[in-house]
Design a protein around this ligand. Structure first.
Ligand SMILES: NC(=O)c1ccc[n+]([C@@H]2O[C@H](COP(=O)([O-])OP(=O)(O)OC[C@H]3O[C@@H](n4cnc5c(N)ncnc54)[C@H](OP(=O)(O)O)[C@@H]3O)[C@@H](O)[C@H]2O)c1
Length: 313
């Protein structure tokens, strides 16, 4: 029977550290702020908007809410992004997706100032991840603290997308080895699958990326030491597709008719074969929000370093 990778427990640890960091910044009179931009009335986005607000208020991050109607023009949306870029109170901007289909989402994301791109989706952030300029963040717990202590922050790094960053944290927290393992990632989106495959590669896994056009998905997953599924297809991964002892991370979220939430993985059949498994809900989800808080506080710390390298200790 698989060991459960409990996202709530890890998230609480991350939040606790975030609270401490915010407290330290307050000693210098600095507040941490997160901007939330929601366009339209997508129910899942509204839910995530409120969940993020609540998580922020619990750790002491001030939220700045920007809500625009579904009919908002690209110009109106970009005006919000530009005003956030100039607003010293806001350390990061989270845009809730999907944006209305007539809006070119890449235009919007690429307008976020890289130092406020706390979900790492802008082209510069994506490139820095691919070029291994940001991946030091997935290597050593305490690395940031060390840099903070010695008053140094690398200037050529960006923030890592919160969900895949959280998956790596979960694997490390539970001691699941990555180096030399065969990781199969299902899904190749810019927010989850693609950055996760780059992070696993940076951690020296052998990585296979599967997607909608992959023929015979099971032939790949059965070879995997680590399976990470991020598709939003309920029941995609079943017990017969999993090798004995594999580590299974379920990133998918599917809301059923009765309001309950399930992932991509058929938990009942897979937990019998896996060595570790994440539940849905309660696995990757809570860690994603915790990573968002962590990236936001890092942004606040980093901005202060850039503005004032001789900040008193
Ligand atoms: N837990 C969390 O914190 C969290 C955070 C973000 C997202 N999610 C969830 O994770 C899931 C993925 O999110 P996303 O933003 O990456 O979604 P997305 O942009 O829709 O991407 C889905 C990916 O799954 C692939 N796919 C779809 N059906 C497939 C199939 N039958 N076999 C193999 N691959 C298939 C797609 O392949 P193609 O590219 O070929 O179309 C695509 O790459 C969703 O359920 C989302 O709600 C959870």
């Amino acid at each position: 029977m698989a060991r459960i990778m409990d996202g709530h427990a890890l998230a609480e640890g991350i939040r606790e550290k975030v609270r401490e960091d915010i407290e330290k910044l307050r000693q210098y009179g600095l507040e941490v702020g997160l901007g939330l931009l929601l366009v339209g009335e997508n129910p899942a986005s509204i839910q995530y908007f409120h969940a993020t607000e609540k998580a922020c208020s619990k750790v002491g991050v001030t939220t700045y809410r920007y809500r625009l109607p579904e009919s908002a023009s690209l110009n109106e949306i970009l005006n919000v992004v530009h005003s956030v870029n100039r607003d010293e109170r806001v350390n990061g901007l989270l845009i809730l997706f999907p944006l209305p289909p007539r809006i070119n989402a890449r235009r919007v994301v690429n307008e976020i100032a890289p130092e406020k791109d706390i979900d790492g989706l802008g082209s510069l952030s994506v490139g820095r991840l691919a070029a291994d300029e940001s991946t030091f963040q997935i290597f050593k717990e305490g690395y940031y603290e060390m840099l903070y202590e010695c008053r140094f922050m690398p200037t050529v790094s960006s923030f890592l997308p919160c969900t895949p960053f959280g998956v790596i944290r979960l694997l490390e927290h539970y001691g699941a080895a990555i180096r030399g393992k065969h990781a199969v990632v299902i899904g190749k989106s810019l927010a989850v699958g693609k950055p996760l495959s780059l992070m696993l590669l940076a951690k020296e896994a052998t990585v296979t990326v599967c997607h909608r056009e992959t023929r015979d998905l099971g032939a790949f997953t059965r070879q995997a030491d680590i399976i990470c599924s991020a598709t939003g297809v309920q029941g995609l991964i079943t017990g017969d597709m999993v090798k004995e002892g594999a580590v299974v991370v379920d990133i998918g979220i599917n809301v059923l008719g009765d309001g309950s939430i399930v992932g991509d993985v058929d938990f009942e059949s897979v937990e019998k074969k896996a060595s570790f498994i994440t539940p849905v809900p309660g696995g990757v989800g809570p860690v994603t929000i915790a990573m968002l808080l962590e990236n936001t506080v890092r942004s606040a710390q980093r901005n202060e370093f850039l503005k004032s390298p001789f900040m008193p200790g």
